[in-house]
Write a protein that binds this ligand. Sequence first.
Ligand SMILES: [Zn+2]
Length: 117
Amino acid sequence: MGENSRKYHELNSSHTDPARLKREREKARELRKTRWWLDQVNRGTCHYCQKKFSAAQLTMDHLIPLARGGTSAKGNIVCACKDCNRDKKLDTPVDSLFEQLERERRKRGSSEGEGHV
Ligand SMILES: [Zn+2]
């Protein structure tokens, strides 16, 4: 008794917990409005290729992806040009994959009710 729910809890407390990801994404969005971020962008250097870019060409990037346990703290957030950011995203599709799974699970859940399989 209770074995299944314990397993579910362990999964939930892992790095890919959707609630945690959502919280960290919101934090990142807030950071984007700060003076600190403006300073980063105005410096205009991509963290990865070290080339110069205009502010509009730079995007916010997490050094350690959120889905791998990274947080939206200043030490984990850097400026990346679109090319570098895109390269890295290919390596970490975890975020979008997880969101997709979550969406499908919710869809299934509502059509089948909460009985056992
Ligand atoms: Zn770059």
